[in-house]
Design a binder for this molecule. Structure first.
Ligand code: FAD
Length: 451
């Protein structure tokens, strides 16, 4: 079986690993248009905060890791097109400008996304940056160390925007986050939690300009400010983290695309072209919690999708459909650490699913534990009002309770109810937790029990 993979990031890497591991004799080639294989944007904050050995170590894999297993990795090779009838791709070697064709039995698209520019006047000015990939990581690092950069505006209060804001605040810059939504991280966390986090930003020299729409970037050649209806916010540097564009323009007419450009996939992650599969940020995966297709831009999702595709790649029709993803993810915001999975109020509304929420707060350990970092913990559970099936949740504390979210993800995947979670046999040890574990207590509270 000859397989061509497009894109050497999470989806492409996992596809190659699975093929070389599970399909003896598979002929595997990854084509990657970038010159560096394979920068790990997930580790960009760690690089910017000097927590890694070096920028070139922040990567998923080195070409030789795949080549030593028998695969081929071709960087600086852009796939321009494919012909589903001839089972051929047209590839351009970006170093030599030579164009050639290669054949495949199966083709896997993991072409990902690119940060979207804002379509407002001045968006192309100098010092308007994006936070994805190795080249931007190096440029951002330089600006962190530049004393002429005093005011940084971050556009977008999602995970990437918050990471950027924290990095610059820690580097001593004055930071403003602008977003059109009303709550920082409001697409990931429900209001009970965003209300706890909002003052944390202010305390750390980050202003929040929420509910504001950007009308222009000011300045001559370089940006000097960001204009909203409320005036101009000074900016020596702007980081735009307000959405992405799928890398699929070249696929128009070759496979069916969603209205926003993502690759349309069926229940088996097959595209509309025969023997062509798609994974990663460039698709709209099925949400386990809502039963609908929705954007989930996570490395963890790309890898699950790739694993499923390769497990079934030699079957005409797999016996099981792709189960879907939950968007399980985590982030720290200065001292706070949170994690979420499944539906929150924003994603539930977007998917047209009605959820009931229950917010629970307690101390990590019994209150008599006074000297061992005992602190507040917060849990939000979202569930179906009639069946009590758990559909989503969030956990947060200054103590690291994020691993609880994996239990919750499993609970959603297996269809557990509040009643199941309220009585699940989790451990108690007063050095770690309460007499009931955190998720037991949160589920009991959601059922209206008070203790
Ligand atoms: P991408 O990573 O987008 O890569 C696509 C690749 O395809 C690119 O290398 C591109 O050059 C190549 N390509 C595109 N078109 C062609 C073509 N025609 N020919 C050849 N090559 C092509 N996710 C998490 O799960 N956890 C995290 O902590 C996390 N943190 C993140 C932090 C930041 C700052 C960012 C930006 C993202 C983060 N993510 C995180 C998201 C994660 O990086 C993405 O979900 C993941 O990279 C998606 O992988 P992918 O394979 O779909 O595509």
């Amino acid at each position: 079986m000859k397989v061509i993979i497009i894109g050497a990031s999470h989806g492409g890497h996992q596809s190659a690993l699975e093929l070389l591991d599970k399909h003896q004799g598979a002929d595997v080639t990854i084509y990657e248009k970038g010159d560096f294989v394979s920068f790990l944007s997930c580790g960009m904050q760690l690089f910017l905060e000097d927590k890694v050995s070096g920028v070139d170590d922040v990567r998923n894999f080195r070409p030789e890791d795949i080549e030593s297993r028998g695969g081929k990795v071709k960087s600086q090779h852009e796939v321009l097109s494919f012909d589903a009838d001839k089972k051929e791709v047209t590839v351009k070697n970006l170093a030599t400008h030579e164009t050639f064709t290669d054949t495949y039995d199966k083709l896997i698209l993991s072409s990902g996304v690119t940060p979207a520019a804002l379509s407002v006047p001045g968006a192309d000015k100098e010092n308007v940056f994006f936070m994805r990939g190795r080249a931007w990581a190096l440029k951002i690092k330089e600006k962190m160390q530049d004393t002429a950069v005093k005011d940084v505006v971050v556009i977008g209060s999602g995970y990437i925007g918050v990471e950027a804001a924290e990095v610059f605040a820690k580097a001593g810059k004055h930071v403003t986050i602008i977003d059109m939504i009303d709550d920082v991280l409001g697409n990931y966390l429900d209001k009970e939690l965003t209300d706890i986090l909002a003052p944390v930003f202010k305390k750390n020299n980050i202003d929040l300009a929420l509910g504001e729409t950007i009308s222009a970037f000011t300045g001559d050649t370089a940006v000097t400010g960001v204009e909203t209806a409320n005036g101009v916010i000074d900016a020596d540097l702007v980081i735009v983290a307000a959405g992405v564009t799928p890398n699929t323009t070249w696929l128009k007419g070759l496979v069916d695309l969603e209205p926003r450009g993502q690759i349309k996939v069926d229940a088996y992650l097959r595209t509309s072209a025969p023997d062509v599969y798609a994974v990663g940020d460039a698709i709209l995966p099925l949400s386990i919690a809502s039963g609908k297709h929705a954007p989930v831009a996570l490395a963890s999702s790309a890898r699950r999708e790739a694993r499923y595709v390769i497990r079934n790649i030699d079957k005409a029709t797999p016996t099981e459909t792709f189960r879907g993803v939950l968007g399980t993810s985590a982030l720290s915001v200065f001292d706070y650490k949170f994690a979420m999975t499944g539906l929150n109020n924003f994603t539930a509304e977007r998917s047209g699913v009605s959820v009931t929420g229950s917010f629970f707060t307690d101390t990590l350990r019994p209150t008599f534990v006074t000297n061992d970092g005992n602190t507040d913990v917060y849990v939000k559970l979202n569930f179906d009002a009639d069946s009590h099936k758990i559909l989503g949740g969030q956990v947060m504390s200054t103590y690291d309770v994020t691993a609880h979210i994996n239990t919750l993800a499993l609970a959603i995947t297996t269809g557990l109810t509040l009643e199941d979670l309220a009585e699940a046999d989790f451990f108690f040890q007063p050095g770690f937790d309460r007499q009931w574990s955190l998720l037991n207590l949160a589920a009991q509270a959601a059922l209206g029990e008070t203790k």
